[in-house]
Design a protein. Sequence first.
Length: 341
Amino acid sequence: STTPVIFSGIQPTGVPHLGNYLGALRQWVKLQNAAKPNTKLLFSIVDLHALTVPQEASQLRKWRVEAFATLLAVGLDPKRSTIFYQSAVPAHAELMWILSTVASMGYLSRMTQWKSKLQLPEETTLDNSEARAQLRLGLFSYPVLQAADILVHRATHVPVGEDQRQHLEFSRYTASSFNHLYGPIFPTPEALISPAKRVMSLKEPTAKMSKSHADERSRILLTDSPHEIQKKVKVALTDSEPGVTYDPTRRPGVSNLIEILSHLEESSCEQIATEFHSASLRALKEHVAERIAHHLHGVRERYFEIMANHSYLDSVTQEGATTAQANADVTMRRVRDTIGL
Ligand code: ADP
Ligand code: NA
């Protein structure tokens, strides 16, 4: 039987937000803390992925460190989990090349991310010459690099938000295509979808909370102060109906706030709606803001402490790179041997 290996990644595209936290990071920490001693845990700052959209060098340099410090601040323990920059382990890129020799163009062209990043309609195909002109190879092949991230560590479980389900399916398909051609090298990775599937934007509650949304008030950052959290929640888009009810289709804004509260407090949305039945939206918002600030308090404190401790960050970074490299090298020796390199 294979050793359980948990792998996941986050892009260094700014300080992570509440959606990243509830949909991914909190889950990683829970898995770490519940893991049996023989389970390997690897969490990566996927900086090569960030290059699929234009980046400014000084900005990316800053964001990488911020993302690293956040993973430590939320409770990943470098003694238990390997935390590393993707670009520090060249095997990710090497395996990507090898997998790209088996990956299907047709499958990639049907995936949604390149279209959403270029703001093209979902039904766009590569027959569209405007799409072809805008589309760069790295953005198109993003899922192949993601498959390499997972497979190079022989991951068996990948904790992600719902938005990543399609990419995980592609990784499974690529693993089995490779195995079919060359023999059973890669385990088929399983997605562990977080219960907080999609935390929605505070300003546009029908879209997911995201780092790429222009309006900064649409997301709560893990480093926001209680006052900033209060301001953002106060102006969150809701509706003009009086009172609090949980109805995601008709009242997405209010329901998103209830869902956030339900994930934080681990109580059901129905229970919260009942509790706030005769309260005003304003009272609900005040409560939600207070609970978010309460839950993020320790994260914020630790984040600033870690960011100020350069020697600690440097040593953890080095340690993570060495361990991740060694783990990836085991896979690459097998892969190279199998394909005749
Ligand atoms: P973003 O989508 O903001 O650029 P990433 O792509 O780096 O963030 O995603 C990192 C992790 O956070 C992934 O596992 C993703 O599924 C999860 N995630 C991102 N946004 C949300 C959200 N709004 N709700 C729940 N999970 C999310
Ligand atoms: Na995402």
